[in-house]
Design a protein around this ligand. Structure first.
Ligand code: WTA
Length: 635
């Protein structure tokens, strides 16, 4: 790359072969966004073309109305005779043989399982739960649902039984696809045990088990083995024809307080966007080996570990294990061995590699593009990624998006640039973003405000919150009216128009790139009878970006240590290991306004060393001193 001032531009060599390498594309997108996306839509397979490209009845919008499509046709049917590798599966243990699955085999595996699902009575529009680690069946299961028009709803395999239950109760899925167990680093995870607990009080009638862990399980009358039900099934299963606006999947995500929301994505727009963004941002070509380290339990795993690379006819790497086990540079070993050309991960992983390995001793020659996602990347991590992993030749695409947007919407493009460390970059062509002040007016350069998206939005953005329209309207289309999508992110633009994300404006925190709600965690902690009041806030962490800490006021006779242990346990039980808190402080009082609102902002500032501001408006200013004393030992 070429550096000018503090901006990086792609070299002529990178530009030469890139799908997008000029300002022309941006101009086209600006002149007529709808026509621009229509062009992108012609790049995927439709059974019947749409009659209306975009319709908007605020706060609802639709794309490619009347079009008939099935996302799987654009890669399964197109490449069904191809022996090219679609998936490289890297198991947790390096001792176990890796598996390469060709497009031909993928077609067969997906269809056989799709036929088995149909036989079980699963059909178009039915929700199907998937609770699996990153094994090939995760991909087969997702695609089989898409093939028959059932909505997949993946629950991250590290979520607890209660988290699984809440999601299954909301979708009312009758079928759950899972496994007996699996290994993660040196640990055996008994996933079936979680399932037995998690499906209680849900509508689950059948549990399909992939044999993976080989651990002993309690096999019940609801259980069937994956290998048994696919036995004898046909290799062909006709793709169910879906209306462009029919649901493709639901994925639960944390929002402000309360229960997680089921974000709903539809068939046509999502397909178009998943293909186009992969092509533009990662410059995906058929000979690429793409490795997105994201688990399919998260949106990045859906769009960029699975759908986008397949839609672009590339090879995608799926990895069951952790990137620093058994050796600290396991991730580099995988890149070297499989000649990965595009690597996409979260800043947390980059910081971890930087700290644990420093200098990489393996050859990473094959890499041509690096990507970052999920949380802001700090300058140190960016530089290390760019120099040590990319050897100064790979563009670093810092990609901003959300579960709700379905695909990346902000990132400078590798063939155009510019790239600026800590800035996520330019908005994609064909989109209209702005940054607003509290009055809904655009802010000037370098001024912080609310990041918003204006019509016509993007084809792959959410169409609703499953069974909760009120939440859709309130969360996304009320802050600045029904015409404006509110992202909940605070951001600013520099003079060049490059966007920098400052952080969330709500109570969502990103822990190691994973999205958690402090409000949801507070609800869990408050269930403990000894807890009278509590507050959870996210504070900065050198590796994980942010980590949650808990303040609790307790009543009753239990000792503080005992309650602390109980709080840890309930968070683990109700959410899972990602909700591991850094510290729990048992305090006498929480700072509050006179109207009784807990001042989480002040608690956060105690850790950053920022000015606390005027405390005299608090109902109990003395509580702040008490907090300071309690946390002194940690900072
Ligand atoms: C944050 C993840 C800074 C942001 C794809 C957003 C980022 C939330 C970036 C969505 C980035 C995502 N730089 N912050 N490149 N990408 N975020 O739904 O706060 O898990 O609103 O989707 O992550 O998280 P989610």
């Amino acid at each position: 790359m070429i550096k000018k001032n503090n901006l990086y531009y792609p070299s002529e060599e990178i530009k030469k072969d890139a799908h997008i390498n000029s300002e022309e594309t941006y101009k086209e997108g600006e002149e007529n966004p709808v026509a621009f996306w229509e062009k992108a839509a012609n790049d995927v397979i439709w059974r019947e073309k749409w009659d209306e490209s975009f319709s908007h009845t605020p706060p609802y919008f639709k794309w490619f109305l009347g079009g008939k499509i099935n996302i799987t046709e654009s890669f399964l049917d197109v490449h069904k005779e191809s022996d090219k590798t679609a998936i490289i599966f890297c198991p947790n243990s390096p001792e176990e043989e890796e598996r390469k699955i060709s497009y031909r085999e993928l077609y067969r595996e997906v269809n056989r399982f799709a036929n088995a699902l149909k036989k079980m009575g699963v059909g178009k529009g039915d929700p199907v739960g998937i609770y699996l680690p990153m094994i090939p069946e995760m991909v087969f299961a997702l695609l089989a649902c898409a093939r028959i028009g059932a909505m997949h709803t993946v629950v991250f395999s590290a979520f607890s039984p209660s988290a699984l239950k809440v999601r299954l109760q909301d979708t009312q899925a009758k079928v759950l696809i899972t496994t007996d167990g699996y290994n993660r680093a040196a640990e055996v995870i008994d996933l079936k045990k979680n399932v037995d607990e998690g499906i209680k009080e849900t509508s689950i009638e059948k549990v399909i088990l992939v044999k993976r862990g080989g651990n002993e399980i309690n096999f019940t009358e609801k259980d069937v083995w994956w290998h048994d039900i696919v036995e004898g099934e046909s290799d062909d299963c006709p793709a169910e024809m879906m209306d462009s606006e029919d649901p493709l999947f639901i994925l639960y995500t944390s929002g402000s307080t309360g229960k997680p929301k089921g974000v709903l994505h539809t068939c046509g727009g999502y397909t178009v966007q998943a293909k186009a963004t992969g092509k533009w941002i990662f410059d995906l070509k058929e000979d690429d080996v793409f490795w997105s380290t994201a688990d399919a339990g998260w949106i990045t795993g859906h769009t960029y570990t699975i759908y986008s690379p397949l839609l672009n006819g590339a090879t995608t790497v799926i990895f069951e294990g952790v990137p620093n086990w058994p050796e600290k540079d396991r991730f580099a070993e995988i890149i070297e061995k499989h000649k990965v050309t595009i690597f996409y991960t979260a800043p947390t992983a980059i910081r971890l590699f930087k700290m644990q390995i420093g200098e990489i001793e393996r050859s990473l020659e094959s890499l041509r593009i690096l990507g970052s996602v999920g949380e802001p990347i700090d300058e140190d991590a960016w530089e290390w990624y760019y120099r040590e992993i990319g050897k100064g030749k790979c563009p670093v695409v810092d990609t901003w998006w959300q579960t709700e947007t379905g695909g990346i919407l902000i990132s400078s493009l590798p063939g155009v640039g510019p790239f600026k460390p800590t800035f996520t970059g330019r908005t994609l062509p064909g989109l209209k973003f702005d940054i607003y002040n509290a009055e809904g007016k655009s802010v000037s350069a370098n001024e912080e405000g609310d990041l918003v998206i204006l019509p016509p939005f993007s084809p792959g953005m959410l169409r609703g919150v499953y069974k909760n329209d009120e939440k859709y309207r309130k969360t996304y289309f009320s802050e600045f009216g029904e015409n404006i999508y509110y992202t909940s992110d605070t951001a600013y633009r520099d003079e060049e128009g490059l966007i920098r994300i400052v952080g969330r404006a709500d109570d969502v925190i990103k822990v190691a790139g994973h999205r958690l709600s402090t409000g949801e965690m507070e609800n869990v902690v408050a269930k403990n009878e000894s807890v009278a009041e509590c507050a959870v806030v996210g504070i900065k962490d050198d590796i994980r970006g942010e980590v949650p800490i808990v303040f609790a006021v307790i009543v009753g006779n239990k000792k503080a240590e005992e309650v602390t242990e109980e709080i840890k346990k309930v968070l683990m039980d109700d959410i899972g290991p990602i909700a591991m808190v850094k510290s729990i402080y048992i305090v006498e009082d929480l700072p509050k306004t006179r109207s009784g609102k807990i001042m989480r902002r002040i608690m956060k500032k105690l850790f950053t060393g920022e000015e606390l501001g005027d405390l005299s408006t608090l109902a109990n200013p003395e509580s702040v001193e008490l907090l300071k004393n309690v946390i002194k030992r940690d900072i």
